[in-house]
Ligand binder design. Sequence first.
Ligand SMILES: [Zn+2]
Length: 180
Amino acid sequence: MNRISIKRSLAGVGTAAAALVVLGTAAPTAAQSAETAEINFRTPFECNQEWNANTRANHNPQNSVDFQRADADGQPVLASADGTVSRVEDLGGESYGKFIVIEHADGWTTWYAHLSAQDVQEGDAVKTGDPIGKVGNTGGSTGPHLHYEQRSGSSVERVVLNGVAIKYYGDTPITSSTGC
Ligand SMILES: [Zn+2]
């Protein structure tokens, strides 16, 4: 976890490549980790809901997560962290379909795709756990699920929820504690 935290704190900085080389020779310490301004991204679902977080090598873009459950269709999708809604778009039957992007601190964004409903507008300020839309099957999707991304700038990063990195690649059962 420390290594992930440090990498994230450097993402988007022009000297990231050089700095990461340094990290390869010195294990990050707890103190270094504590100094970074981390965003505690939370599972984008209601308290105590159980979901499967699926990751796979051929997922586009890589490092995206598909959240699945039997009755996924129409479940509320919540903001993973405080931020501002920057995109509310509909790509029709292609790609993300109906999707939402939220801008967070330090150049981070979260992406929510294949939605059946978009319940926010561009420019809206949201808090962690605020409902933003509903799970659906729009765009290039073959069944109701939430396609979810955490990006630093244009880089799609491996997803960390509530401080825990989910498994790559495979299935991770997750019980949401958001809003509990
Ligand atoms: Zn997906």
